[in-house]
Design a protein around this ligand. Structure first.
Ligand code: 0X9
Ligand code: ZN
Length: 461
């Protein structure tokens, strides 16, 4: 496999025992706040191997509460950290900074204990629901409700419900058949359980060399809004193509559902499953967003197989992450100019680095384009998205597809999108939000594509 120039430089640097590669801006590492940040980043490391977090046994969500909290000072953070370590709470989302926030779930059996602990520490909680199972039951309309669309479009996929993997894949195949000049579908690999990983290329064709744009969805099984939104983008680029002047200038390569096995597991067995379905005697699954091969094994990634952020035995140990790597590296470095990896939730537009609290040399440009995307969304649907580097906004987590895309595949405009919502429903976002989320994500794609094209034109002139 061909190695990029940067990858070679990194290898040389690392053998020399240094951790350089990019000029980096580091935050003061000695403050109390950063001590706590590192504690959060390392929380899932082997020291805290626990039992309640055995995610192979689906949690009983009946009577489970969901809360939002603001961690206003270090004491708040310490209490919160302790509840994570003792596995009394299951964190769905957390952010850093002065207004550090978290959304977390408490199983029915722990509700009283946890409430008491927060009360003693004088921390106010906002309860979002007292029965997570009810959210799950009401999230997705039945197939009967959506069936009618099939006769109109020729495919069963709708944006009124979350659909099974085969319906998503049939939608791609339908486009390959009905839009032969525009769409091609390729199986770029197989999952651990042998399901196909499908990629759709949307391109006006011909020999013209266009900048390429890669989008991955559904790395994390439970983030259903991701594949739903990415298929919405595909539909826009195909059926509503004339609305986007950039569409003919860019070649799109889109994998709407990377973690096919995990998604199916989340649909049928365990709604909150996150990882792939890699086999394991004790626990299954590797977090595919900790398995990519740049700074693999670093902060915020666990070697413990039962953890939600288990990084796997080695970089790219998993067929799902391998498929993405091998597909992208088949092209010359410089072909891809933009990479979006689509997740939920929290409403963030984030750029590298994720592996540590530092930003790449072109961080200002990534911030500028991110700000433009957030402004476009604000205008369109009034939803607010925060923009920044992912480690600084959320937490440090090494092995993400975004960092790999930026550092190794040398894709300049690499972003992670955390879609809706801000935690009212979290991962269990009702299907009625698919359309507005799709609409605003398309606006982000448009801004990134247009700004990337502008930068290309500037380079040429
Ligand atoms: O933790 C993650 O993988 C992402 N958040 S999520 O809630 N969707 O799981 C954030 C990833 C940001 N990027 C990197 N850390 N590289
Ligand atoms: Zn995710």
């Amino acid at each position: 496999m061909r190695k990029s120039a940067w990858a070679t430089i990194f290898t040389v640097c690392l053998t020399a025992g240094q951790t350089v590669g990019f000029p980096e801006q580091t935050e003061n590492p000695t403050t109390e706040a950063s001590f706590l940040d590192d504690a959060f980043a390392e929380i899932d490391s082997e020291q805290y191997e626990g039992r309640a977090n055995f995610r192979d046994v689906p949690a009983n969500l009946t009577g489970a509460h969901l809360y939002r909290v603001q961690l206003k000072n270090n004491e708040h953070k310490r209490v919160f950290l302790d509840l994570i370590k003792t596995e009394q709470i299951d964190v769905w989302m957390q952010s850093r900074g002065k207004k550090a926030k978290a959304v977390f779930m408490v199983l029915a059996t722990n509700v009283d204990k946890v409430n008491l602990r927060f009360y003693e520490a004088d921390i106010t909680l906002k309860r979002l629901t007292d029965n997570v199972q009810k959210l799950v039951d009401e999230e997705n309309p039945s197939e009967n409700v959506t069936k009618l669309s099939n006769s109109k479009t020729g495919y069963a996929l709708t944006w009124k419900a979350y659909h099974k993997a085969s319906v998503i894949h049939d939608f791609l195949d339908n486009y390959a058949t009905n839009y032969k000049d525009l769409c091609t579908v390729e199986k770029i690999g197989n999952t651990v359980e042998g399901r196909p990983i499908k990629m759709i290329k949307i391109s006006s064709g011909g020999d013209k060399k266009r900048p390429a744009f890669f989008i991955d969805g559904g790395i994390h099984a439970r983030e259903w809004i991701s594949p739903a939104t990415v298929t919405y983008i595909i539909r826009e680029l195909v059926e509503n193509r004339t609305a986007y002047s950039f569409a003919d200038e860019v070649d799109f390569y889109i994998v709407p559902l990377m973690n096919v096995d995990g998604y199916e597991h989340s649909r049928t067995r365990d709604r909150l499953w996150r990882k792939n379905r890699a086999p394991g005697a004790l626990c299954k699954g590797v977090d595919l967003n900790r398995n990519f091969g740049y700074k693999w094994g670093g902060k915020g990634s666990s070697s413990s197989v039962c953890r939600g952020n288990h990084r796997g035995p080695s970089a790219f140990s998993e067929p799902e992450s391998q498929a993405i790597r091998d597909f992208i590296l088949k092209f010359d470095i410089g072909t891809f100019k933009a990479y979006l990896t689509v997740h939920s939730f929290g409403q963030y537009i984030m750029y590298p680095w994720g592996y540590d609290y530092i930003t790449p040399p072109d961080g200002k440009e990534l911030q500028r384009v991110g700000d433009l995307a957030a402004a476009a969304v604000k205008k369109l649907t009034n939803a607010s998205y925060k923009v920044g580097s992912s480690a600084k906004l959320l937490y440090a987590a090494a092995g993400g597809s975004d960092d790999w895309a930026k550092a190794v595949a040398e894709i300049p405009y690499a972003y992670t999108l955390e879609l809706r919502d801000k935690g009212d429903y979290g991962f269990i976002l009702p299907a009625k939000f698919i359309k507005p989320t799709g609409l605003e994500t398309m606006a982000m794609v448009q801004v990134v594509a247009e700004e990337m094209l502008k930068a290309e034109r500037l380079k040429k002139n």
